[in-house]
Design a protein around this ligand. Structure first.
Ligand code: MTE
Length: 303
């Protein structure tokens, strides 16, 4: 084991086949330290598709974060003075042991891992991002969900003074998202505190956001203040805005088109001047890990 500074784990590496990466997590991977915490690094495997990690400058300047505006360049331009300290988060609802704690306390509770996941936006583009965070199930285990805790609702911060977009009824503020409890407990689902070995930039959802790698990017709520276990399927802000276009499940699915465009392929952000398109894969490439969650479900109906 070798000690490294976080700045040393940021070069644009190549990684091979996300599925293999996930299988290797914590096994053959070389473990490194960031502060007191572990980072798992991918062990590249053979016979796999190569995809480059997106450059930091694209990940942090081409964003969707409607609280700060609807243009891709708005979040980086309008979020730099957004105050993320202090920040408290409450985990409550259908749980035996509700928790209220600061993000700093949360970061010290669990080892922080690196997870290289592709973010596939419902708009038809994607990036490969080296996230830092920890699996959500570890936090949910601490609060002991009751048998009524069948869904998990994620609520982002409401702060129209600091978030100009919230002064307009673009979405049902605060931003809300939801997962079924088994999706939330899946080991691929993470709460994110950083990227590229650094603190999470404001425009990417600082200080705490969700990432569910087999679902479209909008499921991954930014700037979360409340995680609530509930017994009924929550209505997300996007479902409320346009129920025909954005369903509760929103699994990446090249066979189910968005009513206004195809989902069969995606544009690789930062992939060169011509921005190549590549085929979109079922569950964003995580079918082996997650398809059992949707056994016997008609994914055209439950889109
Ligand atoms: N979370 C909040 N609170 N507000 C938003 O507008 N946009 C979503 C998601 N989380 C959004 C959000 C969408 S549409 C996408 S594609 C991703 O964040 C984008 O994440 P990124 O900017 O870090 O790439």
């Amino acid at each position: 084991m070798k000690k490294v500074k976080s700045s040393e784990i940021t070069p644009e590496r190549i990684y091979k086949n996300r599925r293999k990466f996930v299988q290797n997590l914590g096994l053959a991977a070389g473990s490194m330290f960031i502060g007191q915490n572990f980072i798992n690094l991918a062990q590249a495997s053979s016979n796999s598709i190569e995809q480059e990690i997106t450059e930091y400058r694209y990940i942090t300047t081409y964003n969707n974060y409607y609280e700060f505006g609807t243009k891709k360049s708005d979040p980086v331009e309008n979020s730099q003075n957004f105050k993320t300290k202090p920040w408290n988060i409450t985990i409550d609802g259908e749980v035996e042991k509700p928790l209220k704690l600061s993000v700093d306390e949360l970061k010290n509770m669990f080892p922080i891992e690196e997870r290289i996941y592709k973010l596939r936006c419902v708009e038809g583009w994607s990036m490969v991002i080296p996230w830092l965070g920890f699996p959500l199930y570890k936090l949910l285990d601490k609060v002991s969900p009751t048998s009524k805790g069948k869904f998990v609702k994620f609520i982002s911060v409401l702060d129209p003074e600091q978030m100009p977009g919230q002064r307009y009824p673009i979405l049902d503020w605060p931003y809300k998202e939801g997962l079924r409890i088994d999706e939330a407990m899946h080991p691929l689902t993470i709460l994110v505190t950083g990227l590229y070995g650094k603190e999470l930039p404001n425009q990417n959802g600082s200080p705490l956001r969700l990432i569910v790698p087999w679902k479209y990017g909008f499921k991954s709520a930014k700037a979360i203040v409340n995680i609530k276990l509930v017994d009924k399927m929550p209505t997300s802000s996007w479902m409320k805005a346009s129920p025909n276009e954005y369903g509760f499940y929103s699994n990446v699915n090249p066979r189910v088109d968005h009513p206004r465009w195809s989902q069969a392929s995606e544009r690789v952000i930062g992939g060169g001047i011509i921005s190549p398109r590549i085929p979109t894969t079922m569950f964003n490439g995580y079918g082996d890990e997650v398809s059992h969650l949707y056994k016997n479900m008609d994914l055209k109906k439950y889109f």
